[in-house]
Design a binder for this molecule. Structure first.
Ligand code: 4AD
Ligand code: MG
Length: 477
C-alpha cells in the first residue's frame, strides 16, 4: 500500500481510497481520536479508531509521542477544522513512548525547558514550523543565487587566517585522545597546532571567497562559522551559519542593491511557500505578546511585517548622518541614551541601532561609510581618509543582520592598513597576491542566517532557530 504524507492527504480529493500513513501521535482522546503528525505539515490528520475492534494492548500504547503506522480509508471529516480524516482499519505500534518518561506531553512547555531537550523539541508545533521555515529559507538562498548567475563555493572550515582580525577564534589541535601527550605535572599537554601549523575554525569564508570572486566573478558561500566571543545573548551563537556573496567589479552601492534584493527575494519565497507555518508562528507570537505591556508589543503582525520588508525600500543613511540623528534625538520623554554618542567615531550600541530602525525610520536601515577605526582591515578606504566603504543592515527587533563592504583592492593601501593594524602581512601572503595579479573593485557581505530565521519566524532567542544551539552552556548534543 502506498505511503502518503499528511500534507498530501489533507489536500487530497480522492475520498474512500485506502491509504497508509506513518507518524507520531500528538494526542489520543476519548479512546477514539488520534491526532497524527508526520512532520510534512503543521497540521495533524485525525484518525478515527473504533476501539471495539482493537485489542486493549494496542489502545494502551497509543500515547503522545509513539510512532505508529496506520492503514485506513480517507473519508470526509465529520468534525470542524479539516476536510478529511482517516477511518482506521489497522494500527501497528512502531515505537512506544512511555507517558511517565516522554517529556513532550500535550501541554504548554516553556522555550527554556524545550532548549534542554533539543533532540525532542522538534516534535512540537512551534519547532516543527520553525525548522520547516528554516529549511525553506535555505532553499530560497540557493535558488536566488543560482538564478542570478552565482557559483556556490565551499570555503574551508579549518583555516590559518583570522578574517575579521578580532581574535575570536576556536583553535584546532591535533590531540590524540587515547594517548594524550603529558607535561611534567602529568597534565594533558595540548599541542596547539594542526600538523605543525597554527589553525582555527573559520570566523568567515570571506577572504577565500574573494579569491574565488576574482576568478568566477560572482560567488557565494553558505556554511557554518565559529566565534569564540561571549555568546550569552539572544543574538549570538558560538556556531552559526553565514551566507557570504562576493562579486567582482561591484562597488558599495551595487553591494547594497544586491543585499536588499536578496533579502526581499528570500522573504518573498517563504511568504509564498510557508504560509501555514508562518500563520501558526504569527498566532504563537500574538499569544506570547499578550503577557507584555502594550508598548512592547509589535505594531505589525508577523506576515504583515514580512510583507512590509519585501515591499518597501530600505533606508540608506551614512554613519555620519546617523550620528546627527542620534545626537538630536530624544529616545524617551526625558531620558537620553544610556550610552551617549558624543564623538564621531564611536561604535553604535544596540540601543542606537534600535532607535534608528524602530523609532526613527520604522524600516530596515542600511548604514554605510563607517569610521575606518571601528571596522575590519580589508575595507576600501574612502577619499576622506577617515571612513571606509562598509555597510551594515539593521532590522527591526534584530539589530545587525548583514555586515559587508567594498574591499580594498589597492596593494599598497592594503599593505599600509595591515601594518597599521598590527597584522602580520606574511600570514596574508596569498590574500595580498590577489591585489598583485589582476586586482579589481569587488564587494560582498555576510548575512547571519539565524538572524534571518529569527526575523522570519518572529522568535526572540537565536537558540530557538538553530537545530542544536552551540552556546557557552550548550554543546552536549
Ligand atoms: O559583521 P560580520 O562579523 O561580518 C563578517 O564576518 C564579514 N566577513 C562578512 C562579509 O563581508 N563577507 O558578520 C556577518 C553577520 C552579522 O551581520 C550577523 O548577522 C552574523 O553574521 N553574526 C552572528 N550571528 C550569530 N551569532 C554570532 N556570534 C554572530 N556574529 C556575526
Ligand atoms: Mg558586523
Amino acid at each position: 500500500m502506498e505511503l502518503k504524507s499528511i500534507k498530501e492527504l489533507l489536500s487530497s480529493d480522492k475520498l474512500l481510497q485506502e491509504i497508509c500513513v506513518k507518524g507520531w501521535i500528538r494526542t489520543f482522546r476519548s479512546n477514539r481520536f488520534i491526532a497524527l503528525n508526520d512532520g510534512s505539515t503543521i497540521h495533524n490528520i485525525q484518525c478515527v479508531v473504533d476501539y471495539e475492534n482493537f485489542p486493549e494492548d494496542t489502545l494502551r500504547q497509543l500515547n503522545t509521542g509513539a510512532a505508529v503506522s496506520i492503514v485506513g480509508t480517507l473519508v470526509e471529516s465529520q468534525g470542524k477544522g479539516q476536510a478529511v480524516e482517516i477511518q482506521v482499519k489497522e494500527i501497528e505500534i512502531l515505537g512506544g513512548a512511555n507517558p511517565e518518561e516522554f517529556p513532550i506531553q500535550p501541554k504548554k512547555h516553556s522555550l527554556e525547558f524545550l532548549r534542554e531537550k533539543a533532540h525532542l523539541r522538534i516534535r512540537t508545533n512551534t519547532f516543527g514550523a520553525i525548522m520547516r521555515v528554516r529549511s525553506a529559507l535555505s532553499f530560497a538562498v540557493h535558488n536566488y543565487f543560482r538564478a542570478n548567475g552565482f557559483n556556490y563555493v565551499h570555503t574551508p572550515i579549518i583555516t590559518g587566517s583570522d578574517a575579521e582580525g578580532a581574535g575570536e577564534m576556536f583553535r584546532v589541535t591535533t590531540l590524540d585522545a587515547k594517548n594524550p601527550p603529558l607535561n611534567d605535572q602529568n597534565e594533558v599537554d595540548y599541542k596547539e597546532d594542526f600538523f605543525g601549523k597554527e589553525t582555527n575554525l573559520t570566523v568567515s569564508g570571506q577572504l577565500e571567497g574573494e579569491a574565488y570572486a576574482m576568478a568566477l566573478g560572482k560567488i557565494y558561500t553558505f556554511g557554518p562559522t565559529f566565534r569564540a566571543e561571549n555568546s550569552n545573548t539572544s543574538r549570538h551563537l558560538a556556531e552559526f551559519w553565514m551566507i557570504e556573496p562576493e562579486v567582482a567589479f561591484l562597488d558599495l552601492d551595487g553591494n547594497m542593491d544586491l543585499a536588499e534584493d536578496f533579502i526581499k527575494n528570500v522573504l518573498g519565497y517563504v511568504l509564498e511557500h510557508c504560509e501555514d507555518d508562518l500563520k501558526f508562528l504569527e498566532a504563537r507570537l500574538i499569544e506570547e505578546e499578550k503577557s507584555k505591556p502594550q508598548a512592547q508589543r509589535s505594531e505589525m503582525k508577523l506576515l504583515e511585517k514580512l510583507r512590509f520588508v519585501t515591499e518597501n525600500n530600505f533606508k540608506r543613511v551614512s554613519y555620519t548622518e546617523a550620528i546627527d540623528i542620534l545626537k538630536n534625538s530624544k529616545p524617551n520623554k526625558k531620558k537620553k541614551f544610556n550610552y551617549i554618542i558624543e564623538q564621531w567615531g564611536a561604535d553604535l550600541q544596540s540601543e542606537h541601532e534600535r532607535y534608528l530602525v524602530e523609532k526613527h525610520f520604522k524600516a530596515p536601515v542600511i548604514l554605510f561609510d563607517y569610521p575606518a577605526d571601528i571596522k575590519a582591515f580589508y575595507m576600501r578606504q574612502n577619499e576622506d581618509g577617515k571612513t571606509v566603504r562598509a555597510m551594515d543592515i539593521l532590522f527591526p527587533g534584530i539589530g545587525e543582520i548583514v555586515g559587508g563592504s567594498q574591499r580594498e583592492e589597492r596593494y599598497e593601501v592594503l599593505q599600509e592598513k595591515v601594518k597599521a593594524m598590527g597584522i602580520d602581512e606574511k600570514e596574508l601572503w596569498w590574500y595580498m597576491e590577489l591585489r598583485k595579479f589582476g586586482s579589481a573593485t569587488h564587494s560582498g557581505f555576510g548575512l547571519g542566517f539565524e538572524r534571518l530565521v529569527l526575523f522570519t519566524t518572529g522568535m526572540s532567542n537565536i537558540r530557538d532557530v538553530i537545530p542544536f544551539p552551540r552556546t557557552p552552556q550548550n554543546a552536549e548534543f
